[in-house]
Design a protein around this ligand. Structure first.
Ligand SMILES: [Zn+2]
Length: 289
């Protein structure tokens, strides 16, 4: 079994914890890093301020945690762009991306838009996969990217950059949650973003990926294939429960994130069960079919 090489190991990316709080990424985009670092959120949640320069308007993508210091930093970024917030877009319902959506939408008098009606809230807008939004002097394409969660969206900008939320992370790999996530949908979503030929990936967590976004997507696809092979090999060697499989397949991963590894393992087993490669019970014992 060959281990795919992460192309980012040779890139010049900021070390963990060394990302600037606020960064202008391109004329359309300023990134503001929220102060919520953790093993799952890496450096913290990235909030993106997007709009045509000089137009006086901006959209927030993934406002993140409803934290006063983060709000102050986002308001400073808006002021720096001489823009008021006209809409709040959310990639998916997880709190580290969505918590501030409704309170900040109300504060700014801005529409909240997401795939999940609960995130968009009363008076919000439920986004349709494939639609094009005309906001803040620019066009934003809504790209369906289910997999990490069922409601996950990415947003493609006119520049060719894609805001990918938790579909792709700036460091390491993402989690396909269970039971909500879906490995087959996730793989399809990776190919969908690859097909867009993104000029950059602006991730929900970690640094922006500008050098060779396609190579990162190829690595993500190869990494998933490797995990599936490792699961099948571990089953062959006698591991039979989710916990036993995680201990073998994720041996090199810190134990504090094994709960997330267990979700990805369950999601991959669900795919293998559906394909008939495995049988048994996810809550009990599984074996190769
Ligand atoms: Zn997240």
């Amino acid at each position: 079994m060959s281990t795919p090489v992460d192309p980012r190991t040779t890139w010049d990316l900021p070390a963990p914890g060394a990302m600037p709080r606020t960064a202008a990424l391109e004329p359309l985009v300023t990134r503001v890093l929220a102060p919520n670092p953790s093993p799952m959120t890496l450096d913290g949640t990235n909030t993106y301020v997007v709009g045509a320069p000089g137009g006086g308007q901006a959209v927030l993508v993934d406002p993140g945690p409803d934290d006063p210091a983060h709000l102050a930093a986002v308001e400073a970024a808006l002021a720096g762009r001489d823009a008021r917030c006209v809409a709040v877009l959310v990639t998916h319902h997880h709190g580290d991306h969505a918590e501030a959506a409704l309170p900040w939408g109300a504060r700014f008098g801005a529409t909240v838009a997401a795939a999940d009606a609960r995130v968009a809230g009363p008076g919000g807008r439920v986004l349709e996969p494939g639609e094009r939004l005309h906001l803040a002097g620019t066009a934003v394409d809504v790209v369906p990217t289910p997999g990490h969660t069922a409601d996950h969206l990415a947003f493609r900008l006119e520049s060719g950059a894609v805001l990918v939320g938790d579909h792709v992370l700036g460091r390491g790999t993402s989690v396909v949650t269970s039971p909500e996530g879906d490995v087959l949908a996730y793989l399809e979503s990776l190919r969908r973003v690859h097909d867009l030929g993104p000029s950059a990936l602006y991730c929900g967590h970690g640094p922006e990926l500008t050098e060779d976004p396609g190579a990162v997507l190829d690595f993500y696809l190869a990494h998933r294939a490797m995990r599936e092979e490792q699961l099948l090999a571990a089953l062959r060697e006698g591991a039979a429960t989710v916990d036993e499989l995680v201990a073998v397949v994720y041996a090199e991963v810190p134990r504090e994130v094994w709960w997330a590894a267990a979700q990805s393992t369950r999601a991959t087993l669900a795919k293998l069960l559906a394909e008939g490669a495995v049988d048994g019970d996810l809550d009990g014992r599984v074996r190769r079919a």
